[in-house]
Ligand binder design. Structure first.
Ligand code: HEM
Ligand code: HEM
Length: 230
């Protein structure tokens, strides 16, 4: 791609959007929806763990993992470990977040996996897991030979960005799913809560946009970002 502006300013915007989205989803789930709990008689509190972990744990941590190559002036080896570790925690928190949605459904006698959101959501988690295993085996341990690594890297970058964008799309479907559900329970489409949820979704989309923009922009130290150093 022909983006010539250095990535650093985009990493800063990404961090700011990450903080804004985290704040908004917490205000929504704690102030408007009554808080978070793994065990509760009010089953909605179990559900509330889902958007919080999916947004902050899975999407935001995963996005930070992607831009970790551009955000810090560290050695290639250290950046690799930061990248794979942040992705690992994003995957674990994503799995716990999905578990919370299933737990809520099961304890409330609601069917599982009936929506497009849930189908794409399962797909995203599986693809993310596969991407992590491939990335680890190829680039970390035991590591492919240099030619294979160089050949695979563009595919790794493509699938990594694809799965991140798909995660953002899944979150948007999830916000919509919840709003529609709440509307049938009497929430107004025009109230402050609906406004907050739409706004959170927009900030999430912007976050995804800046993560991709960061990834396609040149790293601060030009010679550190070459295929020969993979
Ligand atoms: C990438 C992030 C996300 C993934 C991978 C994901 C995945 C899933 C999965 C697999 C289910 C099905 C649970 C079951 O069938 O028992 C589910 C349910 C649900 N999720 Fe998400 N989710 C994500 C983000 C969100 C967000 C941000 C919201 C916002 C509120 C949300 C709202 C919902 C709702 C309302 C349900 C219950 C209805 C349904 O099954 O569609 N999700 N999610
Ligand atoms: C689900 C997990 C993962 C996702 C979504 C992902 C995504 C990405 C993305 C989007 C990039 C491009 C970053 C940029 O160009 O600025 C990238 C680069 C890279 N990733 Fe991953 N990755 C994952 C896991 C891993 C793992 C486990 C490793 C193992 C070490 C790894 C090694 C690398 C390497 C070596 C680069 C190249 C950085 C460079 O060219 O300087 N990735 N990854």
């Amino acid at each position: 791609m022909g983006i010539r502006v250095g990535a650093v300013p985009f990493t800063v915007v990404s961090h700011v959007l990450a903080i804004a989205a985290s704040f908004l989803v917490l205000v929504w789930c704690i102030h408007y929806r009554g808080g978070l709990a793994f065990e509760a008689t009010n089953k909605s509190l179990i559900f509330n763990i889902h958007p919080v972990l999916m947004l902050i744990g899975f999407i935001i941590l995963g996005g930070e993992a992607i831009i970790s190559y551009k955000a810090f002036p560290l050695s290639k080896e250290v950046k690799k470990v930061v990248h794979l570790t942040l992705h690992f925690f994003a995957l674990i928190l994503g799995i716990v977040g999905v578990y919370a949605a299933f737990k809520y459904h099961n304890e409330s006698s609601i069917a599982n996996l009936y929506s497009l959101h849930s189908w794409i959501g399962i797909g995203v988690i599986c693809l993310y897991g596969i991407q992590w295993i491939f990335g680890f085996v190829l680039f970390f341990y035991p590591g492919g030979v240099a030619a294979v690594r160089a050949e695979s890297l563009p595919w790794h970058v493509f699938f990594g960005l694809f799965v991140h964008i798909l995660a953002i799309a899944t979150a948007i479907l999830g916000f919509l799913e919840k709003l529609t559900f709440l509307e049938t329970g009497g929430l107004s489409k025009y109230g402050s809560e609906a406004f907050l949820v739409n706004f959170t979704a927009i900030v999430t989309v912007l976050f995804g946009g800046f993560i991709v923009l960061t990834a396609v922009s040149p790293a601060p130290v030009a010679d550190d970002f070459s295929y020969s150093a993979i």
